[in-house]
Structures are given as structure tokens and as C-alpha cells.
Design a protein. Structure first.
Length: 319
């Protein structure tokens, strides 16, 4: 992790490093060493996303959080919902929040709901005996004023568990097509390294066994070379400029008999639908050559627009 951070630092300022999972505290020693390195060598902010399974008592929670605070950790996200609380008792969340607030580490409770979900913001407000502001209701300049916030999102029906549910029933009525159509806002923007070292296009909501979704391993190749591969990848550019809905439209245009769900919680679900289905993937990958020219032009136009934005900012600075 320190090596990867060093590679990036040589070429660009890094505003934020997020340790997420799986469960990053399973590699606590490595996380602490990396945090310490970041603290001593940069102004980079840091965050850990964890299920708080380690907070078996207030004393245990204080022990872990003291070491994280001393190593320079900036903020915590606790993953909370019915699925996590089936394995991590609510009391652990209580200890983890109390200890974090004692050490003045801001906490976001990252909650996911689904139709019929038992837990909600009220569950955690009752547990912690206080009102918890919703992150989505705050202005960006207000974030720092609240040491404890909660965010809410919808659970994506993907992966092994999704085989047991009707995915269409998990799309809330307020979720309309504009939520999942259009470019992906994450790919080629964030740099995601999977635990075994593979450079991933995004947070990894897509099945991790899909080889062409990864640019290569940072353990075998220099990160900058991998970023170059990612930026030249037609697939990544298609996701970034058209989004998974554009790939879905292409697949249907090539073979209208291929069935799609047609209704989604958000765009990652379409990615998952395409890249976990051999036939859909085959048609999508078969279209890369045909799409390369259009995507190159789109990328050029995007770059042209970017310089206009920069010029506008510079004009404002002069004024
Ligand atoms: S839409 Fe696809 S590429 Fe974008 S973040 Fe989701 S899974 Fe990743």
C-alpha cells in the first residue's frame, strides 16, 4: 500500500485515501503502517470503511481507535444495515461510535435499505440516544460541523444473495430511469486497488472474478503503466462516456433476443448484469472495435470542454 501511494504521489496530489473492503481492519498492521506513512509524507486525508466487528466492548473499541487516531486516521464510515447487523450486534456499533467521538474522529453511518428493511435511521438514533443528521440533507460546508451523520442508499440485488430475490421488487418506486442511464461517474476518476493488487475501474460492485474488468496488478506492474492501460481501454472509456446503459443498448441492438431486467436500482446493477452473463459480455466485447472511433471523438470533445472549464475558472480568478 505504501508503494502504491508513493507511485501516485510522484505524479499527482492525492486528496483522499479510503481503506475499504471486505474488512480493512483484518489487515490492521498494514493499514496502520500506511496511515503513518501518509501522515508523515503528505497532506492526504484518510478514511476507513468498516463493519465495526472489532468493537466488542468500549475498551476494545478504544484500543483500536486510539491506534488509528495516532496513525493519523481522518474519518470513519461504519457499514450498518440488516445484512451487517445479522453478524455484527448493534451494541458493537454503539461502542464504535462512542469511542470514535471520544477520539474526535468524525463518523458516517453508511446505511443501506431495501423493501421491508427492518433497520433505519431511527434504529441508530434509538441506539445512540441522539438525533443523527442525514448527510444528504447537509450542504458540503456543513459536513465538518457534525461529528456523527448517517447516509442512506438502496441495496443492490446483485451477487449470490440476489438469486433468492426478485430484483425488480427491490427497485424502489421513486427510482426512475434517469438514475441508471448515462455515463458512470466513477470509472477513470477514482483509483481503486483490490486487495490482491488488481487495479479496478471502480469500487468493485461487479463480480471480482471477471478478468477484463481489471487493468492488471500493482504487484506486478508499475501503477502508472496500469493507469495508462486503463485510460486507453475502450471498455473503460465506454463506461465513462456512455455508461453501462449505453453498452446494454448496444447489446440489444446487436441481438434483441437477449433479455435484460430493464429496471435497476442504479447503473452498477447493469454492469453486473452484463459482465456476469457470458452471452452479454461476448456481444459487449465484440463491439469494442466498432465503438473505438466514436469514443475517441467523445473523449476529445470531453477534453476540449475541460479546457473551457479551466479557462472559465482562470477568468474568474483574474476578476
Ligand atoms: S457503473 Fe460499472 S464501472 Fe461504474 S462504478 Fe458501477 S460497476 Fe463500476
Amino acid at each position: 500500500m505504501i508503494m502504491v501511494f508513493g507511485s501516485l504521489q510522484r505524479v499527482a496530489p492525492i486528496p483522499l485515501v479510503v481503506f475499504t473492503g471486505g474488512e480493512p481492519t483484518l489487515f490492521l498492521r498494514e493499514v496502520l503502517a500506511t496511515l503513518q506513512h501518509i501522515l508523515e509524507n503528505s497532506d492526504t486525508h484518510s478514511r476507513i470503511v468498516t463493519n465495526a466487528s472489532w468493537a466488542t466492548s468500549l475498551t476494545a473499541a478504544r484500543g483500536i481507535l486510539r491506534s488509528l487516531k495516532e496513525a493519523g486516521l481522518g474519518e470513519l464510515n461504519y457499514s450498518v444495515d440488516d445484512f451487517h447487523q445479522a453478524y455484527v450486534p448493534l451494541t458493537h456499533i454503539g461502542y464504535a461510535v462512542e469511542a470514535a467521538l471520544e477520539f474526535e474522529i468524525p463518523v458516517l453511518l453508511a446505511h443501506k435499505s431495501y423493501p421491508g428493511s427492518r433497520s433505519s435511521r431511527a434504529t441508530y438514533e434509538a441506539l445512540l440516544r441522539r438525533e443523527i443528521p442525514k448527510l444528504e440533507d447537509l450542504l458540503p460546508e456543513e459536513y465538518g460541523k457534525h461529528p456523527l451523520t448517517i447516509s442512506s442508499g438502496n441495496t443492490l440485488p446483485i451477487g449470490r444473495g440476489a438469486e433468492k430475490v426478485n430484483p425488480l421488487g427491490w427497485v424502489p418506486p421513486e427510482v426512475t430511469e434517469d438514475r441508471w442511464r448515462g455515463p458512470c461517474n466513477e470509472v477513470l476518476k477514482e483509483i481503486v486497488i483490490a486487495p490482491e493488487g488488481r487495479l479496478s475501474p471502480c469500487c468493485g460492485l461487479v463480480d471480482r472474478s471477471i478478468p477484463y474488468f481489471y487493468a492488471g496488478s500493482v504487484l506486478e506492474q508499475d501503477l502508472l503503466e496500469l493507469l495508462e492501460i486503463a485510460n486507453k481501454s475502450v471498455l473503460y472509456n465506454w463506461l465513462a462516456l456512455g455508461g453501462p446503459s449505453s453498452i446494454m443498448d448496444y447489446i440489444i441492438s446487436q441481438d434483441p433476443s437477449i433479455p435484460f431486467l430493464g429496471k435497476y436500482v442504479q447503473n452498477c446493477q447493469i454492469c453486473n448484469e452484463i459482465f456476469t452473463d457470458a452471452r452479454k459480455t461476448e456481444v459487449a466485447l465484440g463491439g469494442l472495435e466498432a465503438m473505438a472511433g466514436t469514443l475517441s471523438i467523445q473523449r476529445c470533445l470531453y477534453e476540449a470542454q475541460r479546457s473551457l472549464v479551466i479557462e472559465k475558472w482562470q477568468e474568474q480568478d483574474v476578476k
